[in-house]
Design a protein around this ligand. Sequence first.
Ligand code: HEM
Length: 493
Amino acid sequence: MRKFDQYPSYSLSPSQCIFALKEIIKGPEYILKNYTSKTYIKYIHQFIKHQDYIVLWITFYPILFVLKSNCIEDSLKKHNVKTSFTQAFKPFLSDGLVLKNGERWKKFRKIGEMNLKTKMLSSFIPTMSKHGNTFITKLYSKTDSWVDLQKNLSLTTFNVISECAMGISTESDNLQNDAETLFSLAPDAPAYAIKRLFNPLLWPEFIYLGYCDYATSGKIKVCSTLFKHLVNKEISRQQIYYVNDIDHSDEEKEEIFLDKIRDNYLSHLVSLYIDGLNGNDDEIPIEDIEYEINNFIIAGFETVKVSVLWTLACIASEPEIQERIYREINDVLDDDGYDIEKLNQLTYLDCCVREGLRLFPPIFSTGRTSQTDGAFAGRLLPKSTEIITIIWAVHHDETIYPEPEKYDPDRFSSERVESIPSSAWIPFGFGPRTCIGYRFALCEAKLLISLIIKHFTIQTNKFYDQIDFTAVITLKPIEPMLFKFTPRGQILL
Ligand code: HEM
C-alpha cells in the first residue's frame, strides 16, 4: 500500500464500504444500470476532472485511473500488456490480437499490419462503396419516417469488414443468420464481461461457458463455429490449388498464389499456415487463424457502426455543419465514385468525424497491467498495477477542449489542430497497441457519412447532448437514435 502513498487516491470509508456492499449485493444488472449511466459518469467527473490520475482503492486492491493526456505516454506507450480484466472477454473475443500479449501478439500484429497498409487500404474502397450504396438504396425506401439505423448499419459495417478481411459477405454468401447472431452478441459483450468480473463464481472458464446464460445461449458457439468453418473452407481451397494445379509452371503458381494472399487477411493467414505445414515457414496454429479473423470482424464492425451513429447524431443536430459538409462533398465528389485521394480531400468531413470520435469515443476506456516496477508521472509504479485509461475523460479535458460538451469540428481544422497534443485525441488508443484498423475505420466512416449526406438531409429526434448513454467499455446510446432522411432536392418538413 505504501507504494502508492504519494498518489492522489480515494478509498472508501467504512460506511461507504457497507453502502457499496449493499449496492453490489443488488446484482450486476443494478450496478450496470446505475453506475455506468451518463448522469453518474458526469457526476463523478465533476470531482476528478482536475486530477491527471487517481488511485481508487477497492479494499486492498489499487486501480490507477488515468484521466489526462500528459500521462498517456506513461500508461499506453510504456505498457503493452493488456489489463487482466480483459480476460473476462475471452469467451467472446477468444485469444485474438485484442487479448494476446508478448511474442504471440508481436507476431500477429506484424501480419495484421501487412494487410492494412495504405496500399491495401485503396483496394478496400470499392468494397466499402458497394456496401455503402446498398445501404443508401435501403434508406430511400424509408424516407420521411423516423428510422432506427442500428440493424442496417451493423449489416453494412459487418459486410465491409467481412468482405475486406475474408472475401465474403451476407450478400453473396449464406451468412445472414450468423451475422445477425453476431450483431446481437457484440453490443452486450461488455456488460457480460463486467457481470463476470463481479461474480468470482463465473471466473473459471468451464463454469462460465457452462452456466452463464450469455455463453450458454449458444450464440458464442454459433460465432466460433462460423469462423472455424470459414477457415477450414479456405484451407481446403488453397490445398486443392496447391496439389491439383498442374497447368501452371512453378513460377506461375507462385505468382497466382501470391495474388490470393494479397486478396484478404484470411487467405494470407491460411497461406502462412500451409507454408508452415510444408516446412517453409514457422507453423501457425490453425486456432490462431480463427482467433485473428474473429477479432478483425468483431473489433471492426461494431465500433465503426457506433462511431458513424454518434457522428450522424451530431451532424443531424447542427444543420449548418451538415450543409458545410454537403458543399464540400459537392466540390470533391464526382460520378466516378470514391478513391483514397477523394476521401483525403474531404477535410472538413474529416474534422467532423474526428470531433464525433472525441465527444463520443466508441471505446470508453482501455487498460494495461505493468509488468515490472517502473515510473509513472515521476512516481514509482509497482509491478502488476492495473492501469485504466479513461479515453472519454482525456477527451473532455477543458484545458485542451474548451466547452468540451460542444460538438465543434473546427477544433480539428488545420489552423487549430496544432494546439491539440497527439496524446489528447485517443479514440483508437495510443502507443504500440493502437487500433490496427485505425485508418480503415476513418476511411469507412467518412465514406458512409459522405454518401448519406450526398443523398439526404438528415434530422434527428434528439439533440446530440440529450442522448443518454451507458459506458461499459464501449459507449452506447441507451435508446435507439432515430433519424429522418429527406432526399436532397425535397423541402425539409
Ligand atoms: C471507429 C472505429 C474503431 C475504434 C474507435 C477502435 C478503437 C480501438 C481501440 C481503443 C483499441 C484498443 C487500443 C488499446 O488497447 O490501447 C483498438 C484495438 C484494436 N482494433 Fe480497433 N477500433 C475501431 C475500428 C477497428 C477496425 C475497423 C478494425 C479491423 C480492421 C479494428 C481492429 C482492432 C484490433 C485487432 C485491435 C487490437 C490491436 C492490438 O492489441 O494490437 N478496429 N481499437
